[in-house]
Design a protein around this ligand. Sequence first.
Ligand SMILES: Nc1ncnc2c1ncn2[C@@H]1O[C@H](COP(=O)(O)OP(=O)(O)OP(=O)(O)O)[C@@H](O)[C@H]1O
Length: 751
Amino acid sequence: MQFRRANRDNPADLADGSLRLICISAIQKGGKAGEFLPDTMEQITGTVDKIRFRNEENGYTILSFEPDHEELPITVVGTFLRVDEKERFTLHGIYTNHPKYGKQFKLDFYESDFPDNVKLLEEYLGRGIIKGIGKVRAKSIVKKFGADAIQVMEHTPERLTEIPGIGKRLAELIGNRVKERTVMQEAMLKLTKYGIGPSLGAKIWKKYKEDTFHVLQTNPYQMIEDIDGVSFKTADKIAMEMDMPKDSARRIRSGILFLLDQIMLSGSVCCPKGQLLNNAEKLLGSERVEKVLDTMNGSGIITSVLRGDTEYIYKAAIYAKEVNCAKMFAELSRKTPADDAEAVIRSLNGNLDEVQMGAVRTAAESGLMVLTGGPGVGKTTTTNMIIQYFIKSKKTVLLAAPTGKAAKRMTEATGMPASTIHRMLGIEPGTQGFSHNEYNPLEADVVIIDETSMLDLSLAYSLLLAIPPDARLILVGDRNQLPSVGAGNVLADLIASKICPVVELTKIYRQAAGSDIIRNAHSILTGGSITLSNRDFFFKNCDTAEEIKETVLHYVADSLPAFTGEKEIQVLTPLKVREVGSTNMNLLLQERLNPGKEDVKGFREGDRVIHIKNNYIMKKTLPNGKVETGIFNGDTGKILSIDKEQEYVDVLFDDGCKARYEFEGLSQLNLAYALTVHKSQGSEYPVVVMPLYDYIPDITTMNLLYTGITRAKKCIVIVGTAQRFQKIAKNFRKGARYTGLQDELKEIAAR
Ligand SMILES: Nc1ncnc2c1ncn2[C@@H]1O[C@H](COP(=O)(O)OP(=O)(O)OP(=O)(O)O)[C@@H](O)[C@H]1O
């Protein structure tokens, strides 16, 4: 068979039987590790000698390749949709010179074909590439049909029956398998034309197989629901390429659901109808939006709720959760008091003030209560007394918090085991489900949750489902902290609804004598004046972004470690993006604190890192050598070593546990020299530096400043201008977070 170079922009090539595949590979241009030789595209044709590394998930491959007219094999690095040894390709890319591994060919895209040399073809087919053909059959097929063997198998498979031992059925089967291969490759090629990379392309193919084009042509939006990683924008691009009308109901429906998902990512659970229609019309360029929205409302996909004069639109599932949360909260709040509470309370040891003692009494008397207050007011001390009360009353108490770090702090503060809420509920990895639910409730009389401000609506719903009918729920948290990252505003809504008792502690006990951190944190809440007595709360006046960055670097690297005696200084930024955001500050801090080392995907040995996803199946080795599973969002540590040959990174976490990350798993890590205030919720650090530069009314709020400041235990330095600080401190906006839990609760209470 004649090999022909194809033009990836020429649609005719797609239909040409001689073309097997042209594939785009994500080339990593300008990677620091590689210094480019001439930056011109090269083309080499040859045979795969050996696959040295392959990640089946994303197609990333390192292989040794034998070019046709060169003696020595070369190393090729890039993304192959699929690849086998002895397979033939024409590769397009550039040569680079890797400091450690030498000359490499970085792949941009490739064209693939079956071997055109009879000997290689026999060897290739003999390796079991096509099911039903082993060494012996490969030999007979190639002997019979020569270099045309593949053409015969694909287009006239019945001719295979000319070979003894191959019957009609097997011939047909082989023909189908070869065709399937071709169809898959063509599908992948077509997908790359819509900007879909090989890894996503492979997922789409895996899901729809031969139906891929049918789905793409009839309803590409289906992919959003079926395949992880397909966004509305990707599906819409395909739909537009397919000339789908802008006014198509499917398109509008998907666009509306996409916007509702976006709303939820920003923390709201619903959206005023007017706002949604406006955004949808802008996104979709269609005037049929309202009509389609109304039909969706009737079909159970979305729910519309009238509150006052405003109509709010929810995805139906999240609305159901909100309504059910309200019902379950209301149900809990109706519980009756314990019988001999007073006698047990009198027997408790500890010096609580009257309000704190009142909280213990309330806990004893209520099915549902909230204990809130700022830093150092005795929330933990009071919680400990509540636990003591229930233990003395022979009740089973379970403790949990939304994050791993907060759960660890709860364990230390109470002396009792506390877990993440997910773990307490028995997360079932791979599904969104929990083993504890309404059919299998928790075995507890009392459940106490700390850092409740971080509890989002979905997790609150799962938690409430698992609370046994006669148990109590106690929610502890600081209502002035930022709300949860996930959609909802559970603690604030619950407090505002007045459906259950709320005990607010206001008297500051901790460090009352000497600390400006706590005093100023409380002053920010009350709008009081800020004290700068240079004890533990410092302010450095800097104006420009450049000045702020330099000052932060200087404090973190030079002056603060000496001044505070702490080696690690935590930078907390209001934003992730922009010049003084955590992403950029991390790069600057990495260069300053950990310079001159080679990067792997942005990480270096010795870097401070944070794990950013709850991973309940990942293994870690405890300091005592025992192996456990579970690494949580917010866990911080340091990179101990990077093994480039074996492609893994070892991390030592702050609690002494070690974990190994394969290179592909590194997306679970971020640099942690600088974190956003949002990310730092539930954690505390001895020394914090907080640069204030940007002002975005919905984000840089008083609550964000307050949350950042209260993360510092020993010392905080704020870097910015006094005007900017005041502006943020007085920004009492809560951010546009639309939720309805408060109204639902009030409605139930009024019945
Ligand atoms: N009634 C009290 N009398 C004397 N000291 C108290 C009292 N209540 C709390 N404290 C002390 O105040 C300090 C802070 O208390 P605690 O840690 O319970 O506060 P917190 O609200 O949990 O603080 P944070 O939210 O910052 O962790 C502790 O040293 C505690 O012993």
